[in-house]
Design a protein around this ligand. Sequence first.
Ligand code: ADP
Length: 484
Amino acid sequence: MAVTVRTLENFVGGSWAASTGEHVREIVSPATGEVIAEAPDASAADVDRAVAAAREAQPKWAALSAWQRGEICHAIADLIEERREEFARELSLEQGKPYLGEALPDIDETAENFRIAAEDVKRMESAVIPSRDPAKRILTFRKPNGVYAAITPWNFPTLIPVELIAPGIAAGNAIVMKPSEWTPVAMANFMQIMADAGLPDGVVNVLYGAGEVGERLVAHPGVDCVGFVGSHGTAEKIVRAAGLKRTLIEASGNGPVIVCADADLDRAAEGAVFGGFFCAGQVCCATERVLVHEAVHDDFLDRVVRVAGEWRLGDPFDESTRVGPMNNEPTAAKMDAHLEDAVAKGATVVSGGGRASGWPTALYYEPTVVADVGRDTLINRDETFGPIVPLIRVGSDDEALEVANDSYLGLQAAVYTSSLQRAFRYLDSLRVGNVVVNDSTDYWEAHEPFGGAAGTRTGWGRIGGRYTMLDMTDLKTVVLDVGL
Ligand code: ADP
């Protein structure tokens, strides 16, 4: 069946508006290779209009009560739940993730984020502070930060935007969204749902385009703050363009999984493979490298190969598929380069190891297991972002810690051990924002604080429920002289 090619429009001040930009991008499904949409880049004038719409809407929106804004968030969640299948199908088609195992759960979690925000905002209390002067009363109020530029990636094209949008708008901010140029359709669908649910005009606006549009938006004088999720290289540019604007930055990870000599090896193999292959490895908290104690290395590798064999690569709409195509060529090419580099430096490909043939696009990548990966490899040093489980041998806990921390990125790590004492040693010493003990690096819940460790290039601030809401609001202190 031929797909209808949609032409996407910006969403500004409550209505769809054709872009006045000249460059038009074709959006190609990584699953089928078909063009599914055309997305014109926003022009400078479009950016001005979207920012102006957000500025106009924000004070009126912030003036509603937390309950009133929460009600809209619940209405958005209701509509997401009602349209979940249609929304998830388009997400799979555009992003490549398996419909049943990943796209539907993504959509459900998108709704959950609105439910959480709707309730959290009702409990955003702040302190009344004792005063030295008996005539004074010191009160604090939590106030929205204003107009946010939100810039997001292609791996979770609804879930990541909503991690900023839900707490952001629930708290009274307005947002100009720039989704990834690889996955704009998901955002168009999502914006329609928010509008249909009764979100007032201008509270969320959407512009399409790539880095140039993003940079213009970040630097725009009408934008107060920036929320960004994406790669660390882009994060550096955004921070420079943002200057002194408040930023919330969650960038790349290089998730180490540590398999100690006393680990439950079956559980560790399940978790390492899940973390390596879920979303074809294109997750900021994916398993990027597995540091295995040499005493259990060979046993563990056998189990990993067995579990990896259960992860079938295929059409994302086939119910038995566990790994879909990668989303885009630059990311698949990076996976090629990382593999090639590791093999040239002595690693052994145990299973998979390249692009699969016979599929409509070259983005179907064989789920890959590699052993004996050296420390001086791209896989160990950088984020690979592909369906790979790379094993690195270590001889002790000290060595595992040293390899894990020898990275400029620090988002999430997993440790498999049966010793509480050992687990605590790792969680105290790993330079990451999140540590999971005895489950995958990809374990998260929508409301938990998630983000990078200071001293790394993963960013700052926390994504997740009320922690994002705290980040996207500020305390206003009021001193009252009550004349007593
Ligand atoms: P990823 O590979 O995870 O998509 P990127 O960092 O390349 O990571 O992209 C994340 C988002 O950042 C995308 O929406 C992209 O268009 C946007 N972006 C890229 N370059 C810039 C830039 N210089 N300024 C602002 N946004 C940018």
